[in-house]
Every structure is written in C-alpha cells, then in structure tokens.
Design a protein around this ligand. Structure first.
Ligand SMILES: Cc1ncc(COP(=O)(O)O)c(C=O)c1O
Ligand SMILES: N[C@@H](CCCC[NH3+])C(=O)O
Length: 440
C-alpha cells in the first residue's frame, strides 16, 4: 500500500496514522472503522488556499461536503478557512449544527425542494448555485416570503467532457445538471435573474466532472464560458463577479493514478481566466472552486478485520472482511480500484494474491480484485487506503449492517467523531404492527 500523509510502519510493524497505531485503534473502536489523517486534510486545504493567495487572486475554496459530511468535518473545514458546498437539506443542517458561517455556504442541487430552499433562505446562506428555471421561480417566491435578496450563481454545462467515469462526468451537454449554453438556456437564465430585484447575480458556475488528472478540461471550460461572455457582454452588458469552476481534482487511489499537484491545477485555471479576462477587457472575476475528493480522499483509510477465507485452486483466493459495499460503494458503483495492506504486519512482503470480499449478500460486493499481500488469515487487520471521499458519505444499511464509526487522528491522538451505528439505531425508525393486523 502507498504510504502517504502521516502513515508509516511503527516499531511493532503496525501501520500507524497520525501517530496512532491502527491495531490500537481497532482495540479501542472496533472495525470496520474509517480513520482520517487530519494533518493531510490541513495540508491539502492550505495548498488550495495558498495557490490562489500566491497569485493575488480573490477566491473561495469551498469544501464539497458531499465527499464526507459530519459535524466534526464541517467544523474542521471552518477552522481551515474553507467555504462549504452543500447539496441537500441534510448537508445544510449538518453545516448549521456545526456552526459553519452561513455566509460561506453555497447550496447546490438539481432539484432543491421548497422546504430546502426556504430553510437556506431563512438561514441566510452565501449563495444558491441555481440549476434550472423551476428553481428560479421557487427562489423568487422564497425571497419574497422572507423579504431577502438571494445571491445566485447560475450553473451552466459548458459542453466539456472530462476524461473520467461516465457516472461522475457532469460538464457535457447531455447532463441533468445546469443550464445548457448552446440552446440558449444559460442566456435566458442570466436575463431572468439579472432583471429581478429578488436576486443578486454573482456569476457563473460549472463542474466538469470528478477524478480528473489533467488541466485541459478546466482550461477548456474557462475558454468556453468566456466565448459566451464575449457575446453576453455586448448583448446584455453582463460581466460576472464570480466564476466558480467546481471540483473534480483527482487523487491517487492506486499505482498509475497520476494527479497533478494542487498548485498546477489552480495555476492553469488562473492563467486561463486572466488571459480570457484581458482579451475581453474585464476585471478578473473572483475564482471559486469546490474540491471534495482532493481534500479528504487520501486522508481516509478504512480498517477491517479479516474473517473467512475461500481458496478455489487455480481460480481465486478470497478473503472476506467485516464490511464491504455498505461502507464503500465505489467499487460496486464505478468499478473503483483500491490498494490495501495487512496493517498488523505492515513490513512483510507480499506472497499471495487475494481478492477482498465484503460481507453483503451480493456477488458484486468485492472491495478489491487480485491484490498481492503477505499471507493473511482471520483476525488480521486489513487497511484499505484512500477511502476518505464518498466512502462514509455513500455508506448504507444494506443487509441491515450498521455504519462504521469515524475517527480523526492527529499528533498521536484519536478522536471519535461519528459513533458506530448500533442495532438499536438500525430499527429506530421502524414501527411495530399493532397486533391487530394491517387493516383496522
Ligand atoms: C457541483 C459539484 N461540485 C463539486 C464536486 C466535488 O467533486 P470532487 O469531489 O471530485 O472534487 C462535485 C462532485 O463531483 C459536484 O458535483
Ligand atoms: N460519488 C462520486 C463522485 C461524486 C459525483 C458528484 N457530482 C465518487 O465517488 O467518485
């Protein structure tokens, strides 16, 4: 397994993260367990913020909390001076409970409900990233009801296809998200919002996809937006204060993944915005971004205990762990690949090829196919790396399996930030039949 951040092998040959022995973490908190290397999250947040600061660009770096949302994570984002992207009432509620500064919250989503919109308008969030015409109507009504001016960015689909998995690519024209450029929807939305006192039109937003390893997608998106801005400047006298280029910066899950240093993505983006603004003769707009995966992805490791084993001679050697697609849906959903190690014997060299199965009643519940590991057996501790983004946040209770706990580790200290679900939690919303049968 790739050792990064603060992870290392300690004198006992155990994997240590944030100065805490993972074997000790299992004793204290059980498995499966999500472990976050807080120092690495701090480092990533700083790299993004510094990349803009160094260039003297007014910016907001909004943590896309869909990647991993819980009260402690939102509080860490606050401490790190980030803004916050939320995409549902639930993520917004988490942010409010965490005491996140409301003016730095940006609300996304292609089908925000009236309830969610009113909740956000009432709270006074920083801006809505408006996705469609129906939302403009709902927002106008909410603005009137709460007698507030609502700040908005308009989400547009720039027609740029990021080289990534189809399900996580969002900038192409045929997408459920945002206003389309070619058909004129984006222009129509700008007119409607700019002409209305209910709104403060902050600017434009686009997000081309996720797990991107090149700068070209981002620079092409900038060029595309500015080619339309040239037209809108003349025709509508419209110039944006803010251009939000979304998230999507890739991380290394396995060998062969080649993410760029954060500063390289940001520099390329700033260069493109500066060049295009100069061409257009406008002030450089504020540049906002929304990284999720690149802030928390490789800071997360999931610890599992190995249980049963099945060897089919000449075919495959399965090891099953005490979690699976309930705590990491990505392999089943996107064929995502991960690396792992035997954390209680982290210095031993690989001797056998195993496939790591989850415990769900589903043949597709495989976390890793064919990985080389030292000889392993029941009771060993398996650490799967880079599970920090879209792991806990997409976890579920399939087979009524409780969700794991989440622990932050830093400077030798573990802090429990999300408790392990219990069987009591699993049935807490269930109601008993009265005993009189279903019909009264
Ligand atoms: C609108 C928007 N912003 C930000 C993100 C965060 O993306 P990532 O986690 O790849 O940085 C996403 C998810 O892909 C998104 O849809
Ligand atoms: N959940 C996805 C990406 C998020 C897409 C958000 N627009 C993943 O695990 O990679």
């Amino acid at each position: 397994m790739y050792k990064h951040g603060t992870s290392r092998s300690n004198d006992l040959g155990h994997l240590e993260i944030g100065g805490v022995d993972t074997v000790q973490l299992r004793e204290q908190f059980g498995t499966p367990l999500y472990v976050y290397d807080v120092a690495l999250i701090r480092e990533r947040a700083n790299s993004f913020l510094q990349a803009f600061k160094k260039r003297g660009i007014k910016a907001q770096v909004a943590y896309a909390s869909k990647a991993f949302s819980c009260v402690a994570m939102v509080q860490l984002a606050k401490e790190l001076d980030l803004s916050l992207d939320v995409v549902s009432g639930g993520e917004l509620h988490t942010a409010l409970v965490a005491g996140f500064p409301v003016e730095k919250i940006h609300f996304h989503g292609n089908n925000k409900s009236v309830f969610e919109i009113e909740m956000a308008v009432e709270a006074g969030i920083g801006c809505f990233v408006v996705d469609n015409f129906y939302e403009i109507e709902l927002l106008r009504e909410a603005a009137k009801k709460y007698q507030k001016t609502v700040s908005v960015l308009l989400r547009i689909t720039p027609g740029v296809e990021a080289h990534t998995h189809d399900y996580i690519s969002t900038g192409q024209e045929d997408s459920k998200f945002g206003f389309d450029l070619i058909s004129g929807q984006a222009e129509e939305a700008i007119v409607r919002v700019s002409d209305d006192d209910a709104f403060e039109m902050l600017g434009l937003h686009c997000h081309i996809g996720s797990q991107i390893f090149e700068t070209t997608g981002f620079t092409m998106a900038v060029e595309k937006i500015f080619s339309y801005l040239a037209e809108w400047k003349t025709k509508l006298n419209y110039v944006p204060k803010v251009v939000n280029l979304g998230g999507g910066f890739g991380i290394r899950y396995i060998e062969g993944d080649t993410p760029l240093p954060v500063s390289q993505y940001i520099d390329a983006t700033i260069d493109a915005v500066e060049e295009q603004s100069a061409k257009l003769g406008i002030d450089i707009p504020e540049i906002w971004i929304e990284p999720g995966r690149s802030l928390v992805g490789d800071a997360g490791t999931t610890l599992y205990t190995i249980g049963s084993e099945k060897e089919i001679p000449e075919v495959r050697h399965y090891l099953s762990v005490d979690g699976g697609m309930t705590d990491n849906l990505r392999p089943a959903l996107y064929q995502a690949k991960y690396e792992a190690m035997i954390a209680n014997r982290s210095n031993e060299s690989s001797q056998e090829t195993y496939s790591i199965a989850g415990k769900c009643c589903e043949s597709g519940d495989m976390l890793i196919w064919d990985i080389a590991l030292p000889f392993a057996k029941h009771g060993d501790l398996l650490a799967v790396s880079c599970t920090g983004a879209y792991g806990y946040s997409m976890s579920n209770n399939y087979n009524r399996i409780p969700r794991p706990a989440v622990v932050f580790v830093e400077n030798g200290d573990p802090t429990l930030v999300v408790k392990r679900e219990t069987y009591k939690d699993i049935v807490q919303l269930d109601l008993q039949l009265s005993g009189k049968g279903l019909s009264k």
